[in-house]
Design a protein around this ligand. Structure first.
Ligand code: FES
Length: 256
């Protein structure tokens, strides 16, 4: 079931209480860095760990605390797929669909999840308990097929293990704690893509759905660059990666 069917009606929990509770930790995090904006990611994680998602109120609070434009905080949160900008289930189930997992039975494990949960990739169950996402290699290729549950690893998946896990989660006895849930999730946690995208970004996967095996968007972007009649102009910049890349292309000394 897709989110719009159950609506985007996320009843906001009183955010003032959350903010008051987290404020001392935010102050501590900011003090760790030379520049306050460096605390943005840890603070976004902090809000997500308290609310279960990064709410618009949390984004506004981060912007104010760090003296950043809301757009900067929003674009940072939207870049990383581990930040949820819509409420999600109490358990985020993320089986790996990488190569080592696939050749060791991940397809069967994922089919079993989909059948048992009644939802597909990037969807949340109607009772709001489970969100489901098939993810890329989790770097645990020696214990496959594997997955993460609320970012905790689970290895050597079998249908029996999956059934036992789901039953324990429903009973509230599973070893991994449920995430806080301050708002009712919709059927998915998609955020509508921007209507306006820069030419280089058009046709490229939404950050909420990075594609996966067989995703053509990278090739499409390369082909577009190849055939672009307008050459890329590298302007003077202090950005080391760009400067080093330009030096390499021009035959000058590359990165040291
Ligand atoms: S392919 Fe699944 S952990 Fe590496």
């Amino acid at each position: 079931m897709i989110g719009a069917e159950r609506g985007d009606a996320h009843e906001a929990a009183p955010f003032a209480g959350v903010l008051a509770r987290l404020q001392p930790e935010c102050v501590r995090l900011i003090a760790q860095y030379e520049e306050s904006r460096s605390a943005l990611l840890p603070i976004l994680h902090l809000f997500q760990s308290a609310e279960g998602w990064v709410s618009p109120a949390a984004i506004a609070a981060c912007a104010q605390m760090l003296d950043l434009p809301v757009s900067v905080v929003e674009s940072t949160a939207s870049f990383y797929t581990l930040f949820f900008r819509r409420p999600v289930g109490k358990y985020m189930l993320q089986p790996c669909r990488g190569l080592a997992c696939i050749i060791n039975g991940a397809e069967d494990a994922m089919a079993h999840f989909r059948e048992r949960l009644g939802v597909g990739h990037l969807e949340t169950t109607a009772d709001g308990v489970f969100s489901y996402e098939e993810v890329e290699c989790l770097a645990a290729c020696d214990r496959v097929p594997c997955m993460q549950v609320n970012l905790e690893f689970v290895y050597d998946l079998t249908p029996e293990k999956i059934d036992a896990m789901l039953a324990e989660m429903r009973a509230g006895t599973y070893v991994v704690a449920p995430a806080p849930q301050t708002a009712t999730p919709g059927g998915d946690w998609h955020v509508a893509p921007e209507a306006k995208k820069s030419p280089g970004a058009r046709g490229v996967s939404n950050p909420d759905d990075p594609g996966g095996i067989g995703d053509r968007s990278g090739w499409d972007m390369l082909r577009r660059l190849e055939t672009d009649p307008h050459p890329i102009v590298v302007r003077p910049t202090k950005e080391r990666l760009i400067a080093d890349g330009a030096a390499l292309l021009s035959g000058e000394t590359g990165p040291q």
